[in-house]
Design a protein around this ligand. Structure first.
Ligand code: SF4
Ligand code: SF4
Length: 721
């Protein structure tokens, strides 16, 4: 069944429909009267109903089919004329005494917006179906398949996807002056992502091209959204809702794309497209809601922030999996260890958990996921770099990005692959040194020397320069923690009940218990791994070496779960909660090292009322001002030398001291430069000395957060680590 009308003609019809729909949506949005709104809805519905006639005829191309199509279409028009009739029969506002000139809420109420979105969606679906039939696209599915396969074939067809992309773009342009810039920018990115939907076309080139372009645009969109949130801490309710719904849809879309490329099933992707259209048109129907008063401070809303991070993370994991399958099919096609979801309910539940675990573990260990995360989180670090004043901090941030590029992507994925193309990837080789703990198989004996060397070298560096060598430079974690937006989430360390439990340098009971369990697990799995290697035992966890399994569970699952959980447990939680064995080993070396924070002038700290150093700390070492006041310095094995406190101190009074400063002291040289001239003094020179006289030490409230910070000597902070 092919149409007499060529593809060009159909494409023109689709474009005309998109333009007419976009115009009618704007007409409805601008309506001040119910009558005008219902006229727009009626016209939109009529467009869809015309397609009903065409579909019936194309399915039964006879005179009877034509008559039946016209009859069905006409009946539907009568039904949709009813609301219009009611609107016509209502007296116009001016005719009613005391009535306002408008009888329609601005922005539109949810009910009206929902009707508009539903009509547009139905309209588009009917058009897509009609065009599929007319052009012969996916003919079997749209002509004789089940309702579900028909819906999937229509939604995933180029007629639906490209037309929707054009329509979204046109609507966004027509409503440009009614929407905030950030919403317009997001809509343009959405239109591009939809235009590059991989399932739209087959062939050798399109799916790959579309995956790369849509992934790149989506990463750009995530960076934009994060940075926009960083710059605008308070948003409108409409924007907060829209963002969350959209990111939820994108999580679904990327999962759908994985199911499409891995299992050749487009249902989930089609569902995400429909959900996206519903979200977009519901929001576009109420553009003025985005311009209302900004009232939501997202840093005060842990659930919202958690949902945002979760959706972005799911989308990223799925995107990493899609890119891996597309770019590296020899490793990843059939490479995700999925178990069948069959058998008893308990078996299904266990297999589901196992599938989820290994899907995430495999995807996040892939080169493409790590590159993608590096680009995304690295962009936020570049933004942070722009506002970092301290030279040492700037150098550290650059080193940190370089280390991520080298240790997360180049060496494990590229260099190792070139060097030993037939060897298993590094995560299946336990003994790689510090980051892998003290595992042993299968290269056990031969690499113990290497292992020891990594401990000696890294340990020596930590002793000399502090654990920042590991936890703020070498490790891949800080790149994710320290970009602008994620860094801003350190406020949750102080505002959330769980985060608050880990404040200060105190090593609490739960912290020590966590560290104990983790280190016992490390030693235990390492011993088991060694015994497996020499044939004494044969203990494997889900077929995996125990020490490798611990590594995967720690850094591929737990670490990301707690990254997403920052709104509840606070930033840098691997350090604050003590669950990372790599960090714990670094902590032990720091205890005997040179690293500490020092102040240039104790009196300045005594007079300081801002305590900005404590507020700036992403690890939540809130007791540092008390130590500065009492001793002029602060040592904590929890401190990982990020230097945000140095940045935050408004009086240029703080610096990081390590072996370099110790050597200068030994040589009789000044340890560091003096405070910069022109740096303001707390409260001005006349206020000097008043702070301690007022007895505020230990109970100074934070100006903006009304939190009591534990100070040195305070009963609540008995053990500074
Ligand atoms: S504690 Fe562990 S995961 Fe966290 S920054 Fe340090 S080494 Fe990395
Ligand atoms: S913000 Fe600066 S002056 Fe104030 S307590 Fe901290 S280090 Fe001292």
């Amino acid at each position: 069944m092919t149409s007499a009308v060529g593809t060009d003609g159909l494409a023109f019809a689709a474009l005309a429909m998109a333009a007419a729909t976009a115009y009618l949506v704007r007409y409805a949005v601008d309506a001040a009267r119910r009558l005008r709104f219902w006229v727009a809805v009626f016209l939109l519905a009529m467009m869809g109903e015309m397609w009903v006639a065409a579909i019936v005829y194309l399915l039964t191309p006879t005179v009877h089919g034509l008559v039946a199509g016209l009859a069905v279409s006409g009946s539907l028009m009568v039904v949709t004329a009813v609301p219009l009739l009611f609107a016509l029969l209502r007296p116009a506002p001016a005719e009613r005494p005391g009535a306002a000139s408008s009888d329609l809420a601005t922005p539109l109420r949810s009910g009206h917006a929902g009707v508009l979105a539903a009509v547009v969606l139905a309209n588009e679906f009917l058009m897509g179906w009609g065009l599929c039939l007319a052009s012969g696209t996916a003919l079997a599915a749209v002509s004789s398949g089940t309702a579900a396969s028909l819906a999937v074939a229509v939604v995933n067809s180029p007629w639906f996807l490209f037309t929707m992309a054009a329509e979204m773009l046109l609507t966004a342009l027509l409503l440009y002056d009614r929407l905030p810039r950030s919403v317009s920018a997001i809509l343009l990115a959405q239109a591009a992502i939809m235009a590059f939907s991989p399932p739209a076309l087959g062939g050798a080139v399109w799916p790959g091209l579309a995956i790369y372009v849509s992934s790149a645009v989506m990463i750009g969109l995530f960076v934009f959204v994060f940075e926009d949130l960083y710059r605008h801490r308070v948003t409108t309710a409409a924007f907060a809702t829209y963002l969350l719904e959209l990111l939820g849809v994108y999580a679904l879309m990327m999962l759908g794309l994985f199911v499409w490329i891995y299992f050749a099933s487009g249902g989930l992707f089609a569902l995400s497209i429909v959900a996206e259209m519903a979200v977009v048109y519901f929001a576009l129907a109420r553009p003025r809601a985005f311009s209302g008063p900004a009232e939501r401070r997202w840093l005060d809303r842990p659930h919202w922030t958690f949902a945002l991070l979760s959706f972005v993370f799911v989308a990223e994991v799925a995107m990493g999996a899609v890119l891996s399958v597309q770019l590296d099919p020899s490793d990843y096609v059939g490479g995700f260890p999925f178990l069948a979801l069959a058998g008893s309910p308990a078996t299904i539940a266990l297999n589901t958990m196992s599938n989820g675990f290994w899907f995430v573990a495999t995807a996040v260990a892939s080169t493409w996921f790590l590159i993608m995360m590096g680009l995304e989180m690295g962009s936020l670090v570049v933004f942070k770099l722009r506002e970092t004043r301290d030279l040492e901090n700037r150098i550290r941030l650059v080193l940190m990005m370089g280390c991520y590029a080298a240790f997360a992507t180049f060496y494990p994925s590229i260099y190792f692959g070139m060097l030993a193309p037939n060897q298993p990837p590094p995560t299946s080789v336990p003994v790689l040194g510090w980051s892998m703990g003290i595992g042993s198989a299968p290269l056990a004996v031969g690499v113990f020397g290497t292992l020891l060397l990594t401990y000696v070298i890294t340990g020596a560096l930590v002793v000399l320069f502090g654990r920042r060598v590991v936890c703020s430079v070498f490790c891949t974690a800080p790149l994710m923690y320290q970009g602008t937006t994620i860094d801003a989430m350190k406020s949750f360390n102080r505002s959330e009940p769980i985060g608050r439990k880990y404040l200060s340098s105190r090593l609490s009971g739960v912290y020590l218990a966590t560290t104990g369990v983790v280190m016992t697990a490390l030693v235990g799995t390492s011993v088991l791994s060694y015994l497996d290697t020499v044939g004494v035992t044969s203990v494997y966890i889900q077929g995996t070496d125990p020490s490798v399994f611990l590594f995967i569970a720690s850094f591929s699952i737990l670490w990301y779960a707690l990254l997403v959980g920052i709104p509840y447990v606070g930033n840098y939680n691997c350090v604050t909660m003590g669950w990372c064995y790599t960090g714990t080993i670094a902590q032990a070396f720091q205890k005997i090292g040179f690293f500490k924070l020092k102040v240039r002038d104790r009196q300045v700290c005594k007079d300081c009322t801002t305590l900005d150093c404590a507020k700036g700390c992403p690890v939540g070492l809130t007791d540092m001002p008390g130590h500065f006041r009492q001793k002029g310095e602060f040592r904590s094995t929890k401190c990982c030398g990020v230097g945000d406190c140095v940045e935050a101190c408004p009086y240029d009074n703080l610096y990081v001291s390590d072996v370099r400063h110790w050597v200068r002291r030994r040589l009789g040289l000044p340890e560091t430069r003096a405070r910069r001239t022109g740096t303001p003094m707390p409260g001005g020179s006349r206020a000097f000395g008043r702070a301690s006289a007022a007895g505020r030490v230990g109970t100074v409230p934070l100006a903006s957060e009304a939190i009591r910070l534990p100070m040195a000597g305070d009963a609540r902070s008995p053990r500074s680590a």
